[in-house]
Write a protein that binds this ligand. Structure first.
Ligand code: SAM
Length: 236
């Protein structure tokens, strides 16, 4: 049976702690007891942890041997901001799949009020990514960057930079992954799609465009499908 995994809020030598709201689920929902064992992620290393004390908003662990942990695949997902409930679903699922970083992008067809509200929403996206990381037994949660404008997004560095475009009918995503090494950047458009001049901007900046097939996918479906294809191709 897989031991439940927690990402520590505090670590010092052979001790770690989970605190505040983060500890709430462990204390009140899972009714944790002293002596119980869990996997505790302490940065890149995951170690066996035995509960030594439980207080109102703090659970302390004594750390033992390291346990095997999957290494994250170096995939960055650039996600054009779209309706929050569905965008958050994509954040949760792509975290489970193993993305290393998520960068929200304000695209031309991103609703203005969503663009304005995205800065305030970032903490909630980070909490979601932390919970999904623990649930999927990751060692570290993905970085959730602050939202950027498209011009900044197209200039982000990466070994292979791929914009997903439903208008692309030559190149399939799986065909542009062979011998890919280093960081992969995947860009998924908003509900209304990328505009022609945005796709031009990507191309001018040296991005490849790729298709996910003949059908038009919702943005969250495209994000999850593209992430799964890349991570399985890179052997994550
Ligand atoms: N512009 C489209 C429309 O409304 O007719 C839909 C855009 S789609 C909902 C949102 C984003 O998902 C697109 O910008 C693209 O990045 C991605 N996407 C959807 N279907 C795709 C496909 N078949 N191939 C590649 N990307 C796709």
């Amino acid at each position: 049976m897989t031991r439940r995994r927690w990402i520590a809020d505090e670590v010092s030598d052979n001790h770690a702690a989970i605190t505040g709201d983060h500890a709430d689920h462990l204390i009140r929902v899972l009714r944790a007891r002293v002596g119980q064992e869990f996997d505790i992620a302490t940065g890149a290393v995951v170690r066996r942890g035995r509960i030594v004390s439980i207080r109102a908003t703090r659970v302390e662990f004594e750390l033992g041997e390291a346990v095997p942990a999957a290494s994250p695949v170096n995939v960055t997902l650039l996600l054009a901001v779209f309706k929050f409930d569905r965008m958050e679903w994509a954040i949760e699922k792509c975290t489970e799949l193993g993305v290393a970083r998520i960068v929200p992008v304000v695209a031309r067809r991103t609703d203005a009020h969503l663009a304005a509200a995205s800065a305030k929403r970032a903490d909630r996206w980070r909490r979601l990514a932390l919970q999904a990381s623990e649930q999927s037994c990751r060692a570290t949660p993905p970085e959730i960057a602050a939202a950027v404008k498209l011009k900044v997004a197209t200039s982000l560095p990466g070994a292979r930079r791929i914009v997903l475009a439903e208008s692309e009918n030559q190149t399939q995503l799986r065909h542009v992954l062979s011998s890919a090494e280093g960081e992969i950047l995947l860009a998924v458009g908003p509900e209304g799609g990328w505009t022609e001049d945005e796709l031009q901007l990507f191309q001018t900046a040296g991005w490849m465009s790729a298709s996910l097939g003949p059908t038009i996918l919702r943005a969250e479906t495209a994000a999850i499908a593209a992430t799964a294809i890349v991570i399985s191709a890179l052997g994550g």
